[in-house]
Design a protein around this ligand. Structure first.
Ligand code: UDP
Ligand code: MG
Length: 160
C-alpha cells in the first residue's frame, strides 16, 4: 500500500466561481477571491466581465422554467461580474461548502453567503455544482488563451 500513489491518483477538478454583480458593487470581490486563495486552491482564470443576456441564459438554462428565471437573468446582467476558474483535488464540492447554502439566511456562519449576504436573489457568488458543470461553465465563460496552466510554488506545502 503506497499512500503517495493513492494521493497522486486523486482527481484534479476544475470549478467555475463567479462574484455576482452585487458582490462587485458591494466591494466584496477581494474578500470572496481571498476565501478560495487562502484555502489553497489554484487560480487558473480571472476577469471582470459584463455578461450578455444570451450567456446568462445559457449558463442558467437548467433553471429556465423557474418563476425567478427572468429576475435571475436581470440580476446577473445588471453589472460586471468577476469570472474565475479554480483547480484542485475536490475543488468542486469544497468550493460549494465555502460558498454555503443558496439562501444566505440558511448558510452557515463562516461561509461566504453566511457571512456576507441576506437574500437568495442577492447571494453574491456562484459555484459549479459538479465537475462536469465546472468544465462546461469554464468553457462557456472563458475564451481559449484565458486559462493559465501554471505550477504553484505552494504545491508541496499544501499536500503531503
Ligand atoms: N435563485 C433565486 N431564487 C430561488 C432560487 C435560486 O433567485 O428561489 C437564484 C440564486 O441567485 C441562485 C441561482 O438562482 O444562486 C441559481 O440557483 P441554484 O439553485 O443553482 O443555487 P446555487 O447553485 O447558486 O446555490
Ligand atoms: Mg447552481
Amino acid at each position: 500500500f503506497l499512500p503517495h500513489l493513492v494521493a497522486s491518483m486523486e482527481q484534479v477538478e476544475e470549478t467555475y466561481i463567479m462574484v455576482k454583480p452585487d458582490g462587485v458593487q458591494r466591494g466584496l470581490a477581494g474578500e470572496i477571491i481571498s476565501r478560495f486563495e487562502k484555502k489553497g486552491f489554484k487560480l487558473t482564470g480571472l476577469k471582470l466581465f459584463q455578461c450578455p443576456k444570451e450567456l446568462a441564459e445559457e449558463h442558467y438554462k437548467d433553471l429556465s422554467s423557474k418563476s425567478f428565471f427572468p429576475n435571475l437573468i436581470e440580476y446577473i446582467t445588471s453589472g460586471p461580474v468577476i469570472c474565475m476558474a479554480w483547480e484542485g483535488v475536490g475543488v468542486v464540492a469544497s468550493a460549494r461548502k465555502l460558498i454555503g447554502s443558496t439562501n444566505p439566511l440558511q448558510a452557515e456562519p463562516g461561509t461566504i453567503r453566511g457571512d456576507l449576504a441576506v437574500h437568495t436573489g442577492r447571494n453574491v457568488v456562484h459555484g459549479s455544482d459538479s465537475p462536469e458543470n465546472g468544465k462546461r461553465e469554464i468553457a462557456l465563460w472563458f475564451k481559449e488563451g484565458e486559462i493559465c496552466q501554471w505550477t504553484s510554488a505552494q504545491g508541496p506545502w499544501l499536500r503531503e
